[in-house]
Each structure stands twice: as C-alpha cells, then as structure tokens.
Design a protein around this ligand. Structure first.
Ligand SMILES: [Cu+2]
Length: 329
C-alpha cells in the first residue's frame, strides 16, 4: 500500500487543484461518478504495440479463458508490468457519447496521462482517399442525441505518447464538455478506455460509469459514501442491460486472477456467486483489487473483467477521476 501512496497523493493534489478551480468558477464541474446527463460507453483505444491477442476480447462471445491463473503467471502474462519507453506511433480512442440532458453539450477537449497531445479529429473519405482533420469547435451533441466516435469518423487522436499501449492495457481520458444554453461552467468527465486491437462488439451489458479509487481515499463515489467498503483499491462500476435477455454474471478478474465482486443493494454490498441483470435494469458493483503498486496504474486506469455465467469475459476498465490531467499540470 505504501508504494501506491505516492501516485495517489499526486493524483489527489491534482484533483484538489481541479476542485478548487471548479469552486472558484462557481461549480458545475463533475467527475464521472457524479450524477451526469452525459453517458459515455464503449470506450476503447488502439494499441501501439503487440497486436497479439491479449486473451481478453471486449465483447467477443468466444473470447478468453476464464480459468484464473496464479499470481506469478498473471504477473508474467500481463503487458502492464513491462518496462515502457515512449512511443512515436499515434493511437486513437473511440466511444459513444449520449446526451440525456435538456441542453446541447459540446466535447471541446481531451486530456490523458499517456499522450502529450490529444485532439478531436474527423476522418473523411474523398475519392477513396481518407484524410483527417481537427474538428473546429468540438463535437456538439443535441439533447436526447448520441454521437459515435468510431474508425472512419470522429475520433480522439492521441499523439506524442509517453508510453506504448498494448492490448489489455487501460488508459484514462478526461473529456471536457461545454454546456450550451446554460450558465454552467464546462464539465470534465473521466472515462477509462480498454486498449484493444479488436473492434468491440455491442454487448447487452453496457458499462455506463466506472471509477478507480482507494477505500481510504477522498474520491469515494457518491453512491458509496455511506457504505462499508473493503480495504485497498476498489472499482465502482455501473452496468446497464441494454439487450433483450437477462445478463447473468458470476465473478470478476483483475490481472487474470479472480478478485472479490460485490453488488450494491439497498445501501450495502453483497458478495455474489451469480447475479442476474434483468432487461433494462442497472446494477452497481464494487470490485476489490487489494493492494496494488503504482506501476500497475500507468495510464491512470486499470483493466478488469466480468466473468459472465457462461464463462465468457466482458473486458472493462476504470479510471481515477482527474487522472487525465496528471501530466498536464
Ligand atoms: Cu486523427
């Protein structure tokens, strides 16, 4: 726990600065775990190295082997523990952004700890030739509308990377939105992207929120303020069943080892053997990662997986609020 202390303190300092600025501006700023009308799902980024399969394939029904490995095997198998140099290869991040509010919102800026520069781009194809350009003024999303950032269209261009991104990694992205037709100040939402070389398929069970935090830290999600929490690093996540059949899940994995998974029900956590998310229902979960080292959180985010009852894996990620601003102070 001591080893992670340094990085957490750094993050907290940044978060404090940010909160202070938000207060000075007259509030309006929110992190992903606050009640938000901006719902961001299906976040992923392209790897810059290691196109090899990571075993965790987002949304692939045949993906991955759900057999937990021992700690040593898991450490050796994970790309996260490799020593990394910077990468000159750019990456790109993709996602769906839904505006559930009453006012137009505009994605105006993106920051991430893994890239010195992050720009909002649009690819267009003219006479079979693809070219891309920075989007002036950002991407506006009308109330009740969604926009898809996807290959061949809008994307977040990540340039001057500070480290390589391998399949199975996760990175934090701080997305800043301007709120039109209101006096509200711009809002920053932190999301986590799964690094994958597979185009993620639409999955019925959709991650709508995820936060990485320390049980004894300050950034405890609102939903868990009055809840007795396990020690160490935790993930809080919210999942919505958008399919037309029940979505039962059984356990969770971190770095290819099984880790405790609890469901939040009536203000208390219950460790589960299996939990069925009905059609249209939302479930809140807490994943206990235990004590982890700072080198395990290199991009401000961590990957984890839900093991579905049919033993397929759903690859997910969680980010520390404000982590995108870490290297941009
Ligand atoms: Cu681009």
């Amino acid at each position: 726990m001591k080893r992670i202390w340094g990085i957490l303190m750094r993050v907290r300092t940044v978060i404090r600065h940010f909160l202070l600025i938000a207060l000075l501006l007259g509030a309006g700023a929110a992190f992903a775990h606050d009640e938000s009308d901006i719902v961001i799902t299906g976040v992923w980024a392209r790897p810059t190295v290691g196109a090899e399969m990571s075993g965790m394939m987002m949304g692939n029904p045949a993906g991955g082997d759900a057999t937990p490995m021992t700690g040593q095997d898991a450490m050796a198998a994970t790309p996260m523990s490799e020593h990394r140099m910077g990468s000159t290869t750019p990456s790109a991040a993709y996602m769906q952004i839904e505006n559930r509010g009453d006012h137009p919102v505009v994605l105006v800026a993106v920051m991430t700890p893994v890239a010195m520069t992050a720009e909002i781009h649009l690819t267009s194809i003219v006479n079979d030739v693809a070219s891309m350009a920075e989007v002036e003024g950002g991407i506006e999303i009308a109330p009740g509308e969604s926009v898809s950032l996807q290959p061949g269209s809008f994307h977040i261009m990540l340039m001057e990377l500070t480290r390589d991104l391998a399949p199975g990694d996760a990175i934090a992205l701080d997305l800043t939105f301007e709120l039109r037709e209101t006096d509200a100040e711009p809002m920053t939402v932190t999301v986590a992207a799964v690094v994958t070389d597979m185009l993620p398929m639409e999955m019925p069970l959709t991650l709508t929120e995820s936060v990485l935090f320390a049980a004894d830290g300050e950034m405890i999600p609102n939903a868990l303020q009055d809840v007795v929490l396990p020690d160490g690093m935790l993930i809080y996540a919210k999942l919505e069943n958008r399919g037309d059949a029940d979505a039962p899940f059984a356990s969770s994995m971190f770095m290819e080892s099984a880790v405790p998974l609890s469901v939040l029900l009536d203000g208390a956590l219950f460790e589960i053997d299996e939990y069925d998310v009905g059609v249209g229902e939302t479930v809140e979960i807490v994943v206990a990662l235990g004590d982890i080292a700072p080198e395990d959180v290199p991009g401000g985010a961590l990957p984890f997986a839900l093991v579905m009852s049919d033993e397929t894996l759903l690859a997910l990620a969680a980010a520390m609020p404000g982590a995108g601003m870490q290297i941009h102070e």
